[in-house]
Design a binder for this molecule. Structure first.
Ligand code: FEO
Length: 673
């Protein structure tokens, strides 16, 4: 029985999932399966974009027949001859003897090699820039050699702005019913398998990928149809950003990939100690035992992390085999531009460090950040200092000390002096006019955000500079310190209270503020922003950090900014007057302290000086002391029908009528309020 999905009215996905394949290309485990995508265009002419792996031929042919609906197949367009997409070409051409083949010259050569058949009389050759009309659609061809074989070709549908990208932008993992990127939480659920797919399948060919990305940049792309994984119809720029990093061998994150090979656990022990020391210094560590984790996962994280540490024991006067294989694999995948450290072990003649360095040597732009650390059988107590020094060196690069701006000597002297105790009225600070913004950042693929009212332009030169101040207890402050970048989404007056609640009244430490959120977008830096109820977004890179005791001041260059709407900005005052719900009067008011920021009520006469709002993390200075006014009870009458209270010291007039429900005096009873 067929299983197809429409990409759009005249384009149908006719591919299939394979969940029983143990190893893709015979080497890469695919525990979540893989999809083989094929697309059928139903224009005046029908065109099938590639075929499928032989493992799924049965449902593939049923899909093609069903989608054709009795029409003949006019063309098979071949983008790539690797058998996961081409194995069923021979069978397809037998089933559809009238179908012609659209392909380039290199494909033609490989067709003859794979199928030992001369298809020359059925082939229409195309080359870069040719245009082929199928009726309504105009197709043009973009050669993409070595992405991932030399014959690879992308096709651009000029009519509907669809780019068929062959292996590029593919993902490991079966589709499981989902076809489009917005039918999965891609950056949470699928990014790691997309990274593993890219780095292992195409990673070696970064320059070729960059070349084709440059060509693609000239195209107006609405939809991307790869041969594996999801069809992209939104937020493609977010995925493209990853490709730009991976293909230029730029680390995605400042973190450590620590891989070790250990026979009896002593090298592992040293690796564990180093990992703990790194984590204590605030460094993110991704750690692997090369005897346990297949190399494709380690290669993937080696592309992800800025710093690599390899620890291995000596074996057969060389290096332990699983580490040797890993380092060969990394070199074969052209990994480069990394900071590296090596730990070797050997009970009588440690040589693994030397061999590891020789295996790493062919990789370009590698910087060794320390001398090898040599263990003799096990880490000796006096060697802990060497691990501390290595952890310090890595941490200093990954988490550099805040750049405190150079203050003038006089100012520095004044700052170090005790403050003069003048009268500071907190109310004066509420006379400033503040805007309200959603501040967002992203660390290790996880998104964070909060509400601030402290963003402002600090310099108008090039690049323009902004400052933000974030309360230290706010988790987003920690995350910006790690990522070194953030976005400011400037809220407008129509912003709903729910938006403030989502980002302002809960903590990112224990809540994913973006859970279920599908309405954000990302700027080129990969960070989310809020496209609705906002009038501008600014993407910023931190250049200095000032510790302000309770808050952190970030100074940042603006690297991207765009106006999103003409709606007026929401001010802090407007938020309080018009957006924040008014509290119902408490039946019995107690002496309390009310947070001016989020409305949290602390009941009691005294608020401790070090009190921090449990909702929004603001301190005592943002609380208003509420002292109940003792009101004298008022005499009157209450309507027994609708509850209206009519103040009255004497008798209600005989002709009195309830102003709400219009019942007469007989329906009123004496009451006090
Ligand atoms: Fe999916 Fe290069 O084949």
């Amino acid at each position: 029985m067929h299983c197809t999905r429409k990409v759009q009215d005249d384009l149908v996905w006719v591919g299939a999932d394979d969940r029983r394949l143990p190893f893709f290309e015979g080497v890469y485990g695919v525990p979540d399966g893989v999809s083989y995508n094929s697309y059928l265009l139903l224009d005046e002419k029908t065109v099938l974009f590639d075929t499928c792996d032989k493992a799924v031929y049965e449902v593939f042919f049923e899909n093609v027949a069903y989608a054709l609906g009795g029409r003949k197949l006019d063309y098979l367009l071949i983008s790539h001859m690797e058998p996961d997409h081409a194995a069923t070409i021979g069978s397809l051409l037998l089933r559809y003897p009238e179908a012609r083949i659209l392909c380039n010259a290199k494909v033609k050569t490989m067709l003859a090699q794979f199928f030992q058949t001369d298809y020359s009389d059925r082939i229409d050759l195309v080359k870069e820039g040719d245009v082929f009309s199928t009726g309504r659609h105009e197709l043009t061809f973009v050669m993409a050699p070595m992405v991932h074989w030399p014959e690879v070709m992308m096709t651009y549908d000029k009519t509907d702005k669809i780019l068929f990208t062959a292996d590029a932008f593919g993902t490991f993992g079966a589709l499981n019913g989902r076809l489009f990127n917005d039918e999965t939480d891609f950056f949470t659920e699928n990014l790691s398998e997309a990274r593993r797919y890219y780095t292992n399948i195409v990673g070696k060919y970064g320059p070729q990928v960059q070349a084709v990305l440059k060509k693609a940049a000239a195209l107006d792309i609405a939809t991307v149809c790869p041969l594996h994984g999801f069809v992209w119809r939104s937020h493609f720029g977010d995925f493209l950003e990853k490709y730009l990093l991976w293909s230029s061998y730029t680390p995605e994150e400042q973190s450590v990939m620590l891989a070790y090979a250990s026979v009896y656990g002593h090298t592992e022990n040293a690796a564990n100690i180093l990992a703990a020391k790194l984590v204590e210094r605030g460094v993110r560590v991704r750690m692997y035992d090369t005897s346990v984790t297949p190399a494709s996962y380690i290669v993937s994280d080696a592309f992800r992390c800025s710093h690599l540490v390899f620890a291995a024991t000596t074996y057969n006067a060389g290096v332990f085999v699983t580490m040797e294989n890993l380092l060969h694999d990394l070199a074969a995948h052209n990994l480069q531009k990394r900071k590296v450290a090596v730990i070797e072990n050997g009970s009588w003649a440690p040589t693994s460090g030397k061999v590891m360095r020789e295996l790493i040597a062919p990789m370009k732009n590698i910087e060794f950040i320390a001398d090898n650390i040599t263990l003799k059988s096990a880490l000796a107590a006096d060697q802990e200092a060497a691990l501390d020094a290595l952890a310090d060196a890595i941490a200093a690069e990954i988490n550099p000390a805040p750049v405190v701006s150079a203050a003038a000597p006089a100012a520095a002297e004044a700052a170090s002096a005790a403050p003069v105790a003048l009268d500071v009225d907190g109310g004066a600070f509420h006379k400033f006019t503040y805007g309200v913004e959603v501040l967002t950042t992203c660390v290790d693929g996880k998104d964070y955000g909060c509400i601030i009212n402290s963003a402002g332009q600090a310099a108008s030169g090039d690049p323009k500079k902004v400052t933000i101040s974030v309360i230290k207890k706010n988790h987003t402050a920690d995350m910006i310190a790690k990522s070194g970048k953030f976005n400011i989404s400037i809220l407008t007056e129509d912003a709903p209270f729910d938006l403030f609640k989502r980002f302002g009244f809960q903590s990112g430490r224990d809540t994913d503020k973006f859970a279920g959120v599908t309405w954000t977008e990302r700027t080129a830096n990969g960070i989310r922003y809020i496209p609705e109820y906002t009038n501008a977004v600014l993407a910023c890179e931190v250049i200095s950090v000032e510790d302000l005791d309770t808050s952190v001041l970030f100074v940042a260059n603006v690297v991207e900014a765009k106006v999103l709407s003409k709606a007026p900005s929401c001010t802090y005052a407007y938020y309080h007057a018009h957006i924040k719900p008014k509290k119902n009067p408490a039946p019995e008011q107690k002496e309390s302290w009310v947070c001016r920021v989020c409305g949290y009520v602390y009941e009691g006469a005294e608020l401790p000086d070090d009190f921090v709002c449990p909702l929004c993390k603001h301190g005592k200075e943002d609380f208003e002391h509420v002292v109940p006014v003792t009101k004298k009870k008022q005499k009157g009458y209450v309507c027994t029908i609708c509850g209206h209270f009519e103040p009255c010291e004497g008798e209600l007039p005989a002709d009195y009528t309830c102003p709400l429900c219009k019942h007469g005096r007989d329906d009123f009873e004496p009451a006090e309020q």
